[in-house]
Design a protein around this ligand. Structure first.
Ligand code: ZN
Length: 202
């Protein structure tokens, strides 16, 4: 119960980036779920986000993630691994799984505490922000800020992602944050983007 409360508290502290009209790219890949490439405060962001509709007015919900071009590149680099795992899950391959575990089968840090995960409990991909509870002995936990894509939605998302990279080739030149530290481990360790919890959380 304590964990659930903390997760909700965290949700309220995360500010939702402002999304305005006139995005460079905005494509719906599933009902209400969009891939958006937009500019905010002079920086470019990619949103994978669910939008709601109230009185004919569309609004961004907290169900989604905000990625920098570098984070998106990390996600794209991991697509093959994710797809391989999804097809294994589809075929019902049994895993050598330690008893009592509830960790995802696949978990990659995209940056800024946002992770892409695939779990044996569901057939799809979770893109979600994690947080560090106040007690140091508790591991990082997922927040409510994120979006779950079923396998069908994930495949539709990838089609739109290819379209985005084709239309906006500058995204292909984005540098993943960990690459920007020139292998300097101390610098990487002190980088909030690369090491948001102050230790290696993988
Ligand atoms: Zn970094």
């Amino acid at each position: 119960m304590k964990r659930a409360t903390e997760a909700l508290e965290e949700e309220d502290t995360v500010e939702l980036p402002f999304l305005k009209d006139g995005d460079l790219f905005k494509e719906e890949f599933a009902p209400g779920k969009f891939l958006v490439y937009t500019r905010f405060n002079g920086q470019w962001f990619i949103h994978i986000r669910e939008f709601g509709n109230a009185a004919g007015r569309e609004y961004a919900t907290k169900k989604g993630v905000c990625l920098t071009p570098g984070r998106l590149r990390t996600l794209r680099r991991n697509i093959e691994s994710i797809d391989n795992l999804l097809s294994q899950l589809e075929m019902g391959v049994s895993y050598n799984v330690p008893a009592g575990r509830d960790d995802p089968l696949f978990k990659v840090h995209l940056g800024g505490a946002i992770f892409a995960t695939v779990s044996e409990n569901y057939y799809g991909v979770n893109l979600r922000r994690y947080f560090q509870p106040a007690a140091q002995n508790i591991r990082t936990l997922p927040t409510k800020n994120g979006i779950y894509l079923t396998c069908v939605q994930w495949n539709a998302f990838k089609v739109k992602l290819d379209q985005l990279y084709a239309e906006c080739p500058e995204l292909d030149k984005a540098i993943e944050c960990f690459m920007s530290h020139d292998g300097n481990q101390m610098e990487t360790f002190e980088c909030r983007e690369c090491t948001p919890f102050g230790y290696d959380c993988l």
